[in-house]
Design a binder for this molecule. Structure first.
Ligand code: TA6
Length: 280
């Protein structure tokens, strides 16, 4: 029988005072921070880390943690007009990356270890009423991250996963649609190869992307299964932006690729977005 466990821990990596929860399923483990409900580690086997955390990540002074799986909600990127009727200065990627979430449920049994974190907001700039957002993390022979909100309202969301690499030069993500919005050049682009490799700053939104993706690198092959999304985002800041970003080191861009499961429609709807990560 597989042994499972859930425990509270203070600190992860150099973030020594960060409140976290560790899940174990046999020899697999995952760590999630209560700050941002951000998954920081997933090791399908001891020592085989699939997620990347910046050595310069911070969590004090309202800073979002750079790495792991940030939760972007209720908007993605800068707040669009729907989310920001008063045109205030609002943070990139929403309001929940720098809040402490509550642990509301945990279960460890022979088939899985799982926890549910929740945060409640009653002061959204564009919606009156109280809104609950939940993140459910389930560890089995894969890690499943599910973000949900039952309020019918405009809400964008992304699971902004940073995957660890030995070298960005050898990473490939497939299959991705031919057509994408390129944020770097602010234009629609076409690429019929289906495979994305990173050779310069990359910030792409692929609408209508598949439910099943594969990420290959020197040290890992991952199957990514996504549901509830209407886009996949692929991001790497490359050299210049890596050096210019306070919580990245100059060579950080070599060490990760973001493959993000996103719902970017701003039509009023409930939310159920999942990304499952499985080492092949
Ligand atoms: O998902 C890609 C992106 O939106 C990029 O444009 C880049 O800025 C990145 O996310 C990181 O955003 P952050 O707010 O975490 O610095």
């Amino acid at each position: 029988m597989v042994e499972t466990a859930i425990s509270q821990q203070t600190g992860f990596a150099h973030l020594t005072d960060l409140p976290c929860i560790k899940l174990q399923y046999g020899t697999a483990s995952a760590v999630v921070s209560l700050y941002g409900a951000q998954v920081l580690s997933y090791q399908p086997q001891p020592g085989k880390e699939l997620l990347w955390l910046s050595p310069k990540a911070q969590w004090h002074n309202q800073t979002a943690i750079r790495g792991g799986v940030p939760v972007c909600w209720p908007w993605f990127g800068p707040a669009g007009a729907v989310f920001n009727p008063a045109q205030d200065a609002l943070p990139n990627h929403g309001l929940v990356r720098n809040r402490l979430w509550q642990l509301i449920q945990q279960h460890s049994g022979p088939t899985a270890a799982s926890v549910t974190l929740m945060t409640e907001l009653d002061n959204l700039p564009y919606y009156s009423g109280s809104v609950k957002l939940q993140l459910c993390l389930t560890l089995t022979d894969s890690l499943s991250i599910a973000l949900s909100c039952s309020s019918q309202m405009p809400q964008q969301a992304a699971l902004h996963s940073y995957f660890a690499l030995d070298n960005i030069a050898n990473a490939a993500v497939r299959p991705l649609p031919d057509s994408y919005y390129d944020k770097v050049s602010d234009s629609m682009q076409q690429n019929s190869s289906k495979v994305v490799r990173i050779t310069s700053e990359t910030d792409r939104i692929y609408p209508d992307s598949a439910a099943q993706l594969r990420m290959d690198s020197d040290s890992s092959q991952l199957a990514l299964t996504q549901t509830g999304h209407d886009a996949t985002v692929v991001w790497n800041p490359w050299q210049e932006k890596s050096a210019a970003t306070a919580d990245l080191a100059a060579d950080s861009y070599r060490q990760f690729i973001c493959v993000e499961t996103a719902r970017l429609s701003s039509a009023a709807a409930t939310l159920a977005l999942t990304q499952q990560i499985k080492a092949l």
